[in-house]
Design a binder for this molecule. Sequence first.
Ligand code: UDP
Length: 329
Amino acid sequence: MSILVLGGAGYIGSHAVYQLVDQNFRVVVIDNLQTGHREAVHPKANFYEGDIRDRVFMRSVFERETIDGILHFAANSLVGESMTEPLKYFDNNVYGTQIVLEMMKEFGVKHIVFSSTAAVYGEQMVMPITEAADKNPTNTYGETKLTMEKMMSWCEKAFDLKYVSLRYFNVAGARGDGQIGEDHNPETHLIPVVLEAALGKRPAVTVFGEDYDTEDGTCVRDYIHVEDLIAAHLLALKYLQNGGGSNVFNLGSNQGFSVKEIIETAKQVTGIEFSVVMGERRSGDPSTLIASSEKAKHVLGWNPSRTSIREIIRDAWNWHQHHPNGYQK
Ligand code: UDP
C-alpha cells in the first residue's frame, strides 16, 4: 500500500511519514521545502521536491507512482501571517488543494485525509466544541481551511472521492526518540517559543493579551500531542479503506490550558526561569478553543495516550535540547 504525503517534510507531515514507515506502508513525499526540511523526510520515503500548485510537476509524480491514498498537510498555517498576507493563504492552501483534487480525479485516487483546523469555528459560546458547531472563522487561515473542506465535499458529489477532514486543535510535542520535531522560521507557536526562551534563544516570551474573558485573562487552547494526532490520520485512512463515508472529526484533548498555564508548566518541566512580558492581543485570535473529540474516539476508535500537557512539553523539550538550532540548514 502506497501513501502520498503532501507536506511530508513539515512538522506534522514528517511525523506522519515516520508512523507510516513504522507500519510498513510505502511512502511518497511531496514538499516544496518552503517551510519543511529535507532532513525531516524519512530516509525510506520516496521524496519529490516540488510545489503542489505546479500541475506539470504533480502530474509527473502521479504518473510515476501508484498512489492508494493521500495525507494532505501542505499548507501555510500561521494565524497572524494569514491576517496580513491573506492572498498567500488562498493561493497555497485553496489553489494548491484544487490541483491535488484535479490529480485525484485524473488518476482515480479515491481517498484523502486532510488537515483542517479548529480555526474553522471562530468564537464559540459553548465548550467543548463539537463538529456540528457553527463555522465562523475569525482569521484567513481558518477561512481557507473551511473552503478546502467545502471543495472536497463538492468534489465528492461530482466524482468518486472520499475524504476525512481532521480539525486539529493545538498540536505540539515531538516524536519520543527526538529524531524529528518542530522547527519553524520564524517560530510563532506558543510551546516552541516558550522553549526557545528556556534555551536562552530569545530574551522573553510575550503573552498576547491578558484581557480576554477567561479565568486568568489569557487565551485558552486545547493541546494535542503530535504523535496522537498522527495516529488518528492512520485510523482515518483505514476507515476510508474499509468503506467509511466522507467525514469530519475534531482532534483535541477535551481540556483547555491558558497561555499562563503553559508558561508555568514549561518552567516546571525545564526547571528554567525565563522572562515573560505582557503584550497586546494578536489579531484573529479567538479567546477559547476546546475540542470535543468524542466522535473520533467513537467512530475511528482513536485513543490518544500521550496527551498530557507535561508529556507534550517534555517531548518538545527533548527535541529542542538536542536540536537547539533546529534542523541543519
Ligand atoms: N501566544 C502567545 N505568545 C506567543 C505565541 C502565542 O501569547 O509568543 C498565544 C496565542 O495568542 C494563542 C496561544 O498562545 O492564544 C496559542 O497560539 P499558537 O500560535 O501556538 O497557536 P494558534 O492557537 O494560533 O493555532
